[in-house]
Design a protein around this ligand. Structure first.
Ligand code: HMG
Length: 391
């Protein structure tokens, strides 16, 4: 019976970019009080990709240590979730498949629904493993969040990838049934095909997110999910880290609980460590929250963790995961901290130059300067084709 098999995250690895822009630098440029960023939205800095980095190089960098540790023999599917695709037709995961030398007997597909794509990928992977518990699925969530220079959204940019190996008898997290689901047709955040930056109605997006928290929780409890008190911590999608506090505050309110800041901080505290310095990584954000929780909290063995994925537009899902005893031996905490600490600070002028960079759409040969010190790079564009290579 499918329901009897424990399936979930067997391994998890994160990657980000070469560069980082601090909110202090942004505030000095645009005249905003830095406290608005650091306390108001809970962001200290944001990852900025070098010119030779993108969703593919981050994804391959995140996934490589997983393939190195477990091999690729059981990986039959690669699910690549992103909302900042590099091509309208070809799945970005095929470039990753090639860079990592995965077997040709693999299916590779790209998924999109704003920030919700990563959680969708995880759930779809679980269904595939139910069908054949001998198979493993590599789920990758990778995004670069970009808003217009000078816009309110600019302070909530960022970039990262998370790779997860989904398998039966997982070593890190068992994902449980049921899920609470919610969809509503709202235009809170979107990016038409002709734009490279997202459009957003900031206030509307926050209230749409909170409505989705309420909607998913209602469905989750109606389907027999755990009561609120059963959870040790909650991982929320974090477009900015204060959003996790707002979301949990709202959930407690909906459940008729007394809301106090200490209870909220206890529930989401450890989950914000990476997102606060990396920024919004869209599909990857929820799983950066999980990585931060696992890397920083005391032993969580057998504890239930709540997950709330929200993707503008809007689709949301709430589900529970249970931490597997012995999980700490499988974490990559030192490597994850290095992902954050290895980035180089850039000044506003350099950030602006990168933000404004665009490849000419003429099909010519356009090499990219060597900048990244990561293992994979975008070498350039030639004949409208993206060329990737190991560094
Ligand atoms: P804004 O207008 O720049 O900021 O927009 P604000 O005036 O609303 O201030 C932000 C907070 O800072 C407020 O706190 C202020 O009080 C506080 P709040 O009232 O919200 O609790 N503040 C200060 N605190 C301390 N010291 C000070 C100070 N000054 C002000 N001196 C906004 C902020 C987040 C709306 C903007 O950055 C934005 O539009 N970002 C993009 C949209 C976004 O992230 N929405 C989140 C929900 S939608 C979502 O999560 C999906 C998404 O990830 C996309 C996807 O699904 O793909 C975006």
């Amino acid at each position: 019976m499918p329901g009897e098999i424990a399936i979930g995250i067997h391994d998890l690895s994160i990657a980000s970019t070469e560069y980082v822009l601090t909110h202090a630098t942004l505030a000095a440029q645009n005249g905003a009080p830095v406290g608005k960023y650091e306390r108001g939205i809970g962001q200290l800095s944001m990852s900025v990709p070098a010119l030779d980095e993108d969703i593919v190089t981050m994804a391959a960098t995140a996934a490589a240590p997983i393939v190195e540790r477990h091999g690729a023999d059981r990986i039959r599917t690669v699910v690549f979730a992103t909302e900042t695709a590099v091509d309208q037709a070809k799945a970005a995961g095929i470039h990753v498949h090639s860079l990592l030398g995965l077997p040709s007997a693999t299916r590779v597909v790209e998924l999109k629904q704003a920030c919700y794509g990563g959680a969708a990928g995880l759930q779809f992977a679980i269904s595939l493993v139910h069908r054949d518990p001998a198979e493993q699925v590599l789920v990758i969530a990778s995004d670069v969040s970009r808003y217009d220079l000078g816009s309110a959204g600019e302070a909530t940019q960022g970039a990262a990838a998370v790779a997860m190996l989904v398998s039966a008898a997982p070593a890190v997290l068992r994902v449980e049934d049921p899920s609470g689901l919610f969809t509503a047709d709202v235009m809170d955040f979107w990016r038409p095909n002709y734009r490279t930056t997202a459009l957003v109605d900031g206030r509307e997006s926050i209230s749409a997110y909170l409505q989705a928290v309420e909607g998913t929780w209602k469905d989750y409890t109606e389907r027999g999910g755990h009561p609120l008190g059963a959870f040790r911590a909650f991982c929320y999608h974090q477009p900015f880290t204060r959003m996790a506090h707002k979301a949990h505050h709202h959930l407690l309110n909906c459940c008729g609980r007394e809301v106090d800041d200490a209870a909220v901080a206890h529930a989401v505290g450890h989950t914000t460590a990476y997102n606060a310095v990396i920024g919004n990584s869209y599909t990857a954000s929820l799983f950066l929250a999980l990585a931060a929780l696992l890397d920083n909290a005391d032993d969580l063995s057998e504890q239930a963790i709540g997950f709330l994925s929200y993707g503008s537009g809007a689709v949301a899902e709430f589900f529970a995961g249970r931490v597997v005893p012995g999980y700490r031996a499988h974490l990559r905490s030192a490597a994850h901290r290095a992902v954050v600490s290895r980035r180089h600070d850039i000044d506003y002028a350099r950030y602006r130059e990168i933000h404004e960079h665009a490849f000419p759409a003429d099909g010519g040969h356009h090499p990219v300067p060597h900048e990244t010190t990561g293992p994979f790079r975008l070498a350039g564009l030639s004949g409208h084709k993206r060329i990737y290579e190991p560094r």
